[in-house]
Design a binder for this molecule. Structure first.
Ligand code: AGP
Length: 609
């Protein structure tokens, strides 16, 4: 996610842009920039780092201007740097664009434009937009942007400024939000409402495919064909802090609800257009090189470690390659057995976790190739690994990881498919079947999120318990571990996961009347065994909440409460099953009045040992 702002009016545009970008800094903050017209010429100022660095560098300039666009970046293509910061320009320097989203076909567009003589100044996907506008422009700025976007596959919220139109801003959206602020004789663009709050409380919320054209005569909205659209005015009554969370009470709930978008963005161009195969173009390892690996070792911490556990099951099932999973803090001190034929996969949302970085360096020192799965472009893990696969979840602000985790799972499935293809352990039909199941996941998560209120009621019923247990078998056990971590870290309830088959080896001693046990029951092949374990709990008067795929009569009649997930293959269930556990943890913590986004004693990124 990135932050976009635009302004046209009587104020000093750069001041409005900087103020707006600061209010969007939670959307991305690795670099920022503004473009504006000054004495008729299109100027640009952009810097790597936080918006404060950009603001400081602008003070000397103190530009007086009435129109401009600005951007704060969460890098997806091209590491954070001055030249990769937005706005981006065409060859003539007469058109400037800022963009939020992912242009999936930017590679081919860049090649085509380069072949026609265009010169690129950055590594970003966004810059192709500026050159496409340059080619399409015949005097009408709005028409030029519309024509340019006809070539684009992917998601975008884009704002365009041109030296040829000193009193006009043009914008468009597809799959990335964009709003138009309606002031008194002044008009605004923003990727999110917080940027507008001090200036305008009446906005147009652009719908899919719509464009906006701002002039001093007013703001008009157009459809894909360029026809005017009669837009309803949305009156914003949020306060500034609530607005940063998009109206959600906490970033954690916002990020739980962003998972469909994050999963779609992460899947993005990593599935063939036919939808029958996974492609990870960012991995330069050939299929032969992948085939040569004799072992995979996954190293991570916390939630990322739980993603690694799912990765173990997935890689071993799809590719029949031995996978070890290690806590980074253990790996780095246990003199691990590694060699050049071991692929070390490090998973880290922040890419800055000290133990994970140390483990990565240990692996490289022992001659291993390292593949990183991270959410932060240009992070230490990303820079020091040999290969990087990004989760495009957007900034994750809440300490409790949610959308980063489910997108990490998605990447582990894609890696499993890639290894299976390289090692010939799965047929094309089997690979297509798994790929098809993964493509349905974002919509299925949306269906689960629709059950939020039921989960809130359930959570409030059990929020005063001091102990909660999570049980599961196979993939469900790895999900149980993540569910327990989510609950304990934000509600401070003692929560622990237990492999269901292990209950009778000790944990059952703790199950007495009324103790809540959350039983993950998504693995069809293990369901009968799991239900036997549930009956062990029920025999001790424990209370059981079952989570299963579709409606399972045998589960419903065995447990006290059941959460039905959308029907899906057991193999991909982990991405779905964790969502109700995230929501239960959230609502139990909310009912207990906990500081959900910033739980005690914890940090979003543990950059020290
Ligand atoms: C997850 O909810 C926790 N906040 C924590 O366990 C986290 O997953 C762990 O610190 C690893 O962080 P990373 O993914 O940024 O490396």
């Amino acid at each position: 996610m990135c932050g976009i702002v635009g302004y046209l009016g009587a104020r000093n545009a750069v001041s409005v842009l900087i103020d707006g970008l600061k209010r969007l800094e939670y959307r991305g903050y690795d670099s920022a920039g503004v473009a504006f017209l000054n004495e008729g010429a299109l100027k640009v100022h952009k810097k790597v780092g936080r918006i404060a660095a950009l603001e400081e560098s602008l003070q000397a300039l103190a530009p007086q201007t009435r129109i401009g666009i600005g951007h704060t970046r969460w890098a997806t293509h091209g590491r954070p740097s001055d030249r990769n910061a937005h706005p981006h320009f065409d060859c003539t320097g007469k058109f400037a664009v800022v963009h939020n989203g992912i242009i999936e076909n930017y590679g081919e567009l860049r090649e085509q434009l380069g072949a026609r003589g265009h010169r690129f100044a950055s590594e970003t996907d966004t810059e192709v937009l500026a050159h496409l506008v340059e080619e399409a422009y015949e005097g009408d700025l709005c028409a030029a942007l519309r024509a340019a976007l006809e070539h684009v596959r992917g998601s975008y919220a884009v704002a365009l400024l041109s030296e040829y139109h000193p009193e006009r801003l043009v914008a468009a959206r597809k799959d990335s939000p964009l709003v138009v602020g309606l002031g008194r004789g002044e008009y605004f663009l923003a990727s999110d409402i917080p940027a507008l709050l001090p200036y305008a409380r009446q906005v147009y919320l652009l719908s899919e495919g719509e464009m906006a054209e701002l002039t001093l005569d007013g703001a008009r909205v157009l459809d894909r064909q360029g026809e005017p659209v009669a837009k309803e005015i949305f009156n914003v009554d949020w306060d500034a802090e609530a607005a940063e969370r998009g109206g959600f009470p906490h970033f954690m709930l916002k990020e739980i609800c962003e998972q469909p978008r994050a999963l779609r963005a992460t899947l993005g161009s990593r599935v063939t257009p036919e939808g029958d195969d996974a492609v990870l173009k960012e991995i330069s390892l050939t299929l032969d090189e992948l085939r040569e690996f004799t072992k995979v070792t996954v190293v991570a911490c916390g939630t990322a470690y739980h993603a690694g556990l799912i990765g173990k099951y997935v890689l071993e099932k799809l590719a029949r390659i031995p996978v070890e999973v290690d806590l980074a803090s253990e790996f780095r001190y246990r003199n691990p057995l590694l060699d050049a034929m071991t692929l070390v996969v490090v998973i880290s949302q922040s890419g800055e976790t000290a133990d994970t970085i140390a483990a990565l360096r240990e692996a490289r020192a022992r001659g291993c190739r390292v593949l990183a799965v991270t959410n932060v472009v240009g992070s230490t893990v990303a820079r020091e690994a040999d290969q990087v696969v990004y989760t495009w979840a957007g900034p994750e602000i809440a300490v409790a990881s949610t959308k980063a985790y489910t997108t990490q799972l998605l990447v582990m499935y894609l890696l499993g498919l890639l290894f299976a293809k390289a090692r010939g352990t799965r047929t094309a039909a089997e690979i297509a079947e798994v790929t098809a199941a993964l493509r349905k996941i974002p919509a299925q998560v949306e269906m689960i999120l629709e059950q939020k209120e039921c989960l809130r009621e359930l959570a409030e019923k059990y929020c005063h318990c001091e102990n909660v247990f999570f049980i599961g078998r196979g993939l469900d056990y790895a999900v149980a571990l993540e569910g327990a971590l989510k609950l304990k870290e934000i509600s401070y309830i003692h929560a622990e996961a237990c492999a269901a088959g292990e209950l009778k080896h000790g944990t059952l001693a703790l199950i007495v009347e009324g103790v809540p046990v959350i039983a993950l029951a998504t693995q069809d092949e293990l369901l009968e065994k799991l239900l036997s374990n549930v009956k062990e709990v029920k025999a001790r008067e424990g209370t059981v909440l079952g989570v299963c795929l579709g409606k399972k009569e045998e589960v419903a009649r065995t447990v006290d409460h059941v959460i039905n997930l959308p029907a899906a293959p057991s193999f991909v269930a982990p991405i779905l099953a964790v969502v109700p556990l995230q929501l239960l943890a959230y609502y139990m913590a909310a009912a207990r009045g906990c500081d959900i986004d910033k739980p005690r004693n914890l940090a979003k990124s543990v950059t020290v040992e």
